[in-house]
Design a protein around this ligand. Structure first.
Ligand code: 5GP
Ligand code: ZN
Length: 116
């Protein structure tokens, strides 16, 4: 996906502040952090969103989830963190390459969703 921002970051064409990388995934700090620590975990192969995920992605998504705690620990989030995956227009997704947000810091992240 030549025109996908996160594919270009995964390919090293656009720089990022890297947290972790292996052959299947990349983690990097969000460019507009919403908490003192805010990084993203993405799969290297292009996958638009959770809506588009299927059984063929089980291993990859499992690896990403299983890595989150270790990466959060390395970023000092020993007291917990919030994990968010925005999907589609209703979910507020802006970049259509699936990513896990990991958010944390000294203060609690707050309510899970905005109250209406
Ligand atoms: P979404 O709303 O799709 O769940 O989240 C997209 C996230 O990507 C946003 O938090 C946004 O700040 C982040 N982002 C957008 N463009 C870039 C970029 O070029 N580099 C980095 N590191 N993060 C980005
Ligand atoms: Zn992509």
């Amino acid at each position: 996906m030549a025109d996908c921002l996160f594919c270009r970051i995964a390919a090293g064409e656009i720089p990022c502040k890297k947290v972790y990388e292996d052959e299947q995934m990349l983690a990097f700090h969000d460019i507009h952090p919403q908490r003192p620590v805010h990084f993203l975990i993405i799969p290297k192969p292009h996958l638009s969103s959770l809506y588009d995920a299927g059984s063929e992605h089980e291993a990859l998504l499992g690896r990403m989830m299983a890595k989150a705690g270790e990466l959060a620990r390395a970023e000092g989030l020993d007291d917990g963190f919030r994990t968010i995956v925005n999907t589609g227009r209703i979910g507020g997704q802006e970049v259509y390459h699936l990513h896990l947000h990991i958010l944390g810091g000294p203060e609690p992240v707050g309510p899970m969703t905005q109250k209406r």
